[in-house]
Design a protein around this ligand. Sequence first.
Ligand code: GCO
Ligand code: MG
Length: 414
Amino acid sequence: MRIESAEVIVTSPGRNFVTLRLTTEDGVTGLGDATLNGRELAVQSYLDDHVVPLILGGDASRIEDTWQYLYRGAYWRRGPVTMAAIAAVDTALWDIKAKSAGMPLYQLLGGASRSGAMAYGHASGRDVPELLDSVRKHLELGYRAIRVQSGIPGLDSVYGVAASGAEGGERYDYEPARRATVGGRLRPTVETWDTRAYLRHVPSVFEAVRAEFGPELPLLHDGHHRMTPIQAAQLGKALEPYDLFWLEDATPAEDQAALRLIRQHTTTPLAIGEVFNSVYDYTTLLSERLIDYVRSAVTHTGGVTAMKKLLDLADVHGVKSGMHGPTDISPVGMAAALHLDLAIHNFGIQEYMQHSERTLEVFRTSFRFEDGLLHPSDTPGLGVELDTEAARHFPYEPAYLPVNRLRDGTMHDW
Ligand code: GCO
Ligand code: MG
């Protein structure tokens, strides 16, 4: 089954997406998500200029070999751009194989291990009353687990908190990247951060949420890499009374060993890895059981093949999945995650920020969100198609994630 054609489709229905479509000589198509928020065109070029020419005419059935060819053959290994490009090819080949077999992808991955994948949504508020309303709204939407992010007194804006109300109800769900201009030039927006103010405030937020919604509701929180290890340990400890499902990205985790310090001080479960792009980013974290959930997405970690291997390694060490699922993971990437979520043994939870209606004009999905659970559907393949004509109506618009500076102007993590 030869790969006859490949198209890299960049479209911006509500936010930028990069999608690879492969078509075989007998007309079977497969899709792969290659979206890298704020750096989309780098992946488009990596695919168009350095990958597509090497796979055209190749055997679409050789998924593992194609993965190894693109990973080892490039000489330059890993990195978000490379692994997003490899992910798109790999996912598209799995889509083709499952369609050709006449079955949904999860059946090829071992069949269903559960009835559905528990999802969590993003509640946020600039203050506690707004946050509590957002939690209520997400419960009404059917979520059974909720990420809680809050404004911080003294800080104008905090990443992850919907700019609702004053900004006309703009939902954070839609898109964390922004188009902003400074002096007429496109620039990332700049947010000001104060970790001590954050650490003083967050426990009171969870005190209020628990008081309102009780002890049962699984609550998650994202630290967005902003704390030092000892600050993360301090927060993890302070949040223990509120029994979080997880504290995510508590500290920048290129320094995997830093998680040892956090682990020594707190039993709050830890989730890490949405910015990782290979299993090698996790080796210490997994072998020493320094985390409880793997946050990587299929889209950023080399595809279904690589993600399955990573999650199997995690399972050996008692670590579960918690795949990244914001709106900058396209419906194609989300569908790929859901097939893995349904099939693997060590499923934990699936992040699910619902894509906008505009996005769904371009991506025709078949996965379902019912009663707090996601199901990829039994459509053969991934179960997503891309409407090329509709995609043309939404040209690429450069947009960047915000950058984060301390009050004195020092660049900070986020
Ligand atoms: C999450 C992430 C998002 C990211 C965004 C970056 O947990 O969903 O932290 O908030 O910031 O996906 O592209
Ligand atoms: Mg996150």
